[in-house]
Design a binder for this molecule. Structure first.
Ligand code: MN
Length: 130
């Protein structure tokens, strides 16, 4: 039985193949969206346990996608973790302001990713418990 369902939003195919393999090996089901609008459709149709959100996308950026997901009742409480190659100082703040729960810098460290993902999902479980 899968331990969680993750929506991975990323326009780079090589990244998608790598990260999907890493997370599926841990027992997650990984769904992929290649752009921001597709990710919104997918997340609202079937809200996942976690969204990994690339920031630089071909249509709307990850900040805008996150803002829209936060406005929808069906996805308002889904944890969203920003993935970005931008290392500028304001980037983390911008992710959080858009509604992301956290931030993972790219290139992604695949040795640490499973623990990071697990901690974001666990934190959200705690928040939603009555
Ligand atoms: Mn990208």
């Amino acid at each position: 039985m899968p331990i969680g369902r993750i929506l991975y939003v990323e326009d780079n195919l090589e990244n998608r193949i790598l990260i999907k393999r890493v997370l599926e090996a841990e027992g997650y089901v990984v769904e992929e969206a290649p752009d921001g609008l597709t990710s919104i459709d997918m997340a609202m149709t079937n809200p996942p346990d976690l969204i990994l959100m690339d920031i630089n996308l071909p249509d709307i950026d990850g900040y805008e996608a996150t803002t829209r997901l936060r406005r929808s009742a069906s996805t308002a409480h889904v944890p969203i973790v920003a993935l970005t190659a931008n290392v500028m100082q304001g980037d983390r703040e911008r992710s959080l302001k858009a509604g992301c729960d956290g931030y993972i810098p790219k290139p992604i460290d695949v040795d640490h990713l499973p623990a990071q993902v697990a901690s974001y999902i666990e934190a959200n479980d705690g928040r939603q418990r009555p």
